[in-house]
Design a protein. Sequence first.
Lengths: 394, 387
Amino acid sequence: MKGFVIDLKEWLSETARIFRHEMSLVFSDVGVILFFFFLPTAYPIVYSLIYNTEVTRDMPVAVVDNSRTALSREFARHADATEAIKICGYAADMQEAKQWMAEKKCFGILEIPADYTRKLGRAEQPQVQFYSEMSLLLRYRTFSSSIADLQIATGAQLRQMTLDDLGMPSTGETTTIGSVGFALGDTQQGFASFIIPGIVVLILQQSMILGIVLLGGTRAEQRRRLRGSLPPESDAMSPSAQIFGRAFCYTILYIPLAIYILHYVLHFFHYPHEGEVIDYILFILPMLLATAMLGQTLNIMATERESAFIIVVFTSVAFLFLSGLTWPRYAMGNFLSLLGDIVPATWGVEGFVRINSDGAPLGLEPRPWYWLWGLTLVYTATAYLVARWQTRRS
Amino acid sequence: MSTGFLTVVRRELRRLTSRPIYFVGIVLVPVVMAFFFVGMLDPGLPLKVPAGVVDLDHSQMSRRLTRSLDAMELIDVVETPMGYHDAMNAVQSGRIMGFFMIPEGFEKDAVSGRGPQLTYYFNLSIYVPGSLMFKGFKTMGVTAAGGLVQTEMLEKGAPEALAGVVLQPLTVNSHPLHNPWLNYSYYLSPSFLYGVLELMIFLMTAFAITQEIKNATSPQWLAAARGRTATALLGKLLPQTVIFTILGWGINSLLFHWNHFPMNGQEWWMVIGMLLFVAASQSFAVAVCAILPNPRLALSVCSLVGILAFSLAAFSFPVEAMYGAIAIFSYILPVRWYFLIYADIALDGWAVYYARMYFVALLVFPIVATLLAPLMKRSLRKPVYVP
């Protein structure tokens, strides 16, 4: 068996030659440079620029004021003062307001009933209606939290008024039970602060796989052109030397990129960035190794340079979902959660977000880390089989 | 004209069936992804967010509060940590998404009117369950307070009806139109499926065109079309237009008929829109190939745009909140217009009149591609492959 280590010294020198050869291949291929260096450098910045405004506020809302009293106008003014709502105009009736909504002039309608002031005066509960257009969930989320604030604030003011009118002793603030909430992880409750720390880990994995499959496709084309006799740096070496030489090459190239992405990008854009540098560098190392081996396994499908685009690019979307960033993993079925388990970025995202956003030390929950080492082992075995098969065939 | 056109179509059908990669890219990927997303997002909302309750009071009232929390559909109390530190550890290790804290002496303070403070912590580093948890905790905080004040007012002799009004002098009812369940899948599934379709159309169009240049078969292709670039392109792309459109209709029926996604308007417009969307996406890739007649560059640009489309087309983060210089890029994406058609016609059920500009936008893409296509002619005549 040629693949096994017969002579350690010879194996090491083979590995070193593969490593050097692969390095020179990486730097002489513009396509690979694009994937390995341009993509991980530019994408995090592009994503940050897309989401950097973090929140949406002052969305246009139409008012249908059927009461037309001082109190109802005051209520509309209070609504306008909230974060989400900006009153864009008074519509004559619901029909007109709906028309505005269809024309995208407003995203919400606030309908104040005709008996608003009368009911307040009689100490009955007036019912104000708020209709939200639902083409984006984020708009509704922002609206609904402002509506809750509006209801509490106006309610407190009216309560005081009523109690004063009734001449009852003010129960005031002291008797109620207060409640206060704190956001963890993404403390600014922004969209970018939530999505970027996860996405950057996925970028690391996907850009590396793209580059590896591109290199693999080039080798496959070369093999076909030269009828199987590749230069000695490729196929003459033992398969294990090939995969380790290449994996070390990719991993070493990616360590500075990982530091740039996981530290500097998050730092520059003021995203949540809590954990210890040593923790997440140690954490990301097995992910890079597992990815390098996964990429070499996927090379089995790379029959030409352009295959990389068709078999790898779309997986980014699937992997984003499997990682549980947009849809939590606890809510997935068994099959999908198993599928997620075998993707390095799933554990990469989970572990990195814990360290980076939640400030957990690596030792607190090492499960993702163990998984990544396990995947490294598994994909090393599969990459070895692929390399052996390809070497034998040629 | 027509004979040249048919020759190209026949030639293309042979090419499409000659290699498995065409089947993978055109049929397999979109179909697998369609079932993947719809299967994943089936429940609509990830309810029962794992939560913790830190009960430092251990009173009857605090236990009642814990039980009410657990009974909420949004929240699943899976842990009862001993204190803040334990709870924080559980959050950091991912066992719970947040926790609710009941302070020591809660019952005593509440009964004697000293205004105890409930606190809750929710982890937003995973946004959707974090938001749901926040909603559940906030509701509980307010209702717990309300319930107690009401009891107290009744004890002071206020009439029951009045007590309710004083507690909450007015109500604002929120109506999430057409999606009262706040089903998250209504946004994620269509946007991602249309996005994947667009991505694969971009890639396979660019792949099919640039393969001719790479393998130096483009002179032969052009000859089959009697030297006319327009005929060559139309003949080449028509089989893909047909397959992708049928797949697109399949995706729509998977959404609207099998999974009962809302269809509040006239479905015909979605059907016609799909055809325009496929043609617009192909046109986009043709335009890219006309400007960059090189396999690697054309495919790189198509992948780059196709992937960024998922963020840029603003399915989850609104365009009006983006920086202006970034937001304009969302207008060059066919998928954005088709998603807007979905939101207008299917979700909101507006008349097609209000969505007319989206259809016009989709029609602009073929026009631009027609204008740019002649640029391709020279590289088709004398193909040069730059790896």
